[in-house]
Design a protein around this ligand. Structure first.
Ligand code: KDG
Length: 338
């Protein structure tokens, strides 16, 4: 069994390269197969971004580094894939930051509702010193972060009624990500949240185990939630980043040249992914309407009321995370708004 394990290490992490000599630092570019998994579909902007990443890595390495993309949670959900990276049995995943909060509590700042109004405000925080500081916490958890892609602003769908006021959340059974801030925030609003892996959401909605869920428009469309959800409320209640993760066990086997290829490709594909995400989110709203969803906006006044109701939850988590860090985020947003 030991031999077998040694042979599988890094999930095809490089044939002769990885076994050649573990003491000498790797150099040049070796032939390697890199498994990269996400929860979303190939047609989703994240899927298209991953595809672009694979192409770029192939180009930059003269075909030696082969990224094999796995879409639609074929390798498991965000948590499972992150654990596989830590164990060294998968090389790359690009999860929402929210399920990572169990490991790195500071990531919960991106679960605070109504912090960002526009994508560019989130980008300034993510691509600035604060985002970097959080990436630097990853290696202690056997993960390397190559930057942030975009999941985006989340909106509520459900099968019961339009949600336009804070009171409309009362009693709704809502699937949330596996994240304590989301759970407590929805509870504060009087909803009945239940945490669930993404891959289980469609059938939970279909069987009416839950009434609703919340995700960006591109996801609602790509995963065809319109087939099992009548009401779409444009709540934009929270902006979720994706973090581009590489397993540290695998990363440490790479030569500096190979690492640079992955860094550059992740940054380039990320830029493409964010742009595509914004155009797709815009298009998706009309498409979901055309597909029969009943769409309502939520007024600024109601959002402010929701924020007020959730405030004790946010204050509690701000204390746990560190109020300095939270302040740093709000200061950065204020700078962009000016
Ligand atoms: O690939 C990312 C997905 O697995 C997941 O993060 C999508 O936002 C998501 C959710 O609701 O779980």
């Amino acid at each position: 069994a030991l031999l077998l394990l040694a042979g599988c290490g890094g999930g095809g992490g490089g044939g002769s390269a990885s076994t050649a000599s573990s003491s000498a630092p790797a150099s040049g570019i070796q032939e390697r197969t890199i498994k990269a998994g996400i929860g979303l579909n190939e047609d989703h902007p994240e899927g298209q971004g991953l595809k672009k990443f694979a192409e770029l890595v192939s180009e930059k390495s003269g075909g030696k580094l082969k990224v094999i993309p796995y879409y639609a949670a074929q390798l498991g959900d965000d948590k499972k894939m992150t654990e596989a990276l830590q164990a060294g049995t998968q090389e790359i995943t690009i999860p929402s930051t929210s399920p990572l909060v169990g490991d790195i509590k500071e990531y919960a700042i991106f679960d605070f509702p109504f912090v960002f109004n526009e994508e560019k405000e989130a980008h300034a925080v993510l691509d600035g010193p604060l985002g970097q500081k959080l990436l630097e916490k990853l290696p202690a958890h056997n993960l390397i972060g190559l930057g942030y892609w975009e999941n985006g602003f989340r909106n509520l769908t459900n099968s019961k009624h339009p949600v336009a006021t804070a009171e409309d959340f009362k009693g709704l059974k809502i699937r949330t990500m596996q994240n304590q801030v989301h759970l407590e925030a929805f509870s504060a609003l009087g909803a009945n949240p239940s945490p669930m892996a993404f891959s289980e959401v469609f059938s939970a909605l279909e069987s009416r185990t839950v009434d609703g869920q919340e995700n960006p428009l591109a996801t609602i469309k790509s995963n065809k939630y319109n087939e099992v959800q009548k009401y779409l409320s444009v709540t934009k209640h929270v902006y979720t980043p994706f973090v581009f993760l590489v397993g540290k066990k695998f990363w440490d086997k790479l030569s500096p040249e190979e690492q640079q290829i992955l860094r550059d490709a992740a940054a380039e594909a990320g830029k493409y992914q964010r742009e595509l995400n914004q155009t797709e989110n815009q298009k998706a709203l009309d498409e979901l309407k055309a597909a029969g969803m009943e769409v309502n906006e939520v007024s600024a006044e109601e959002k402010a009321r929701m924020q007020e109701i959730i405030k004790p939850v946010i204050d509690k988590f701000a204390k746990e995370i560190g109020e300095d860090l939270v302040k740093e985020m709000y200061d950065e947003v204020a700078k962009v708004r000016k």
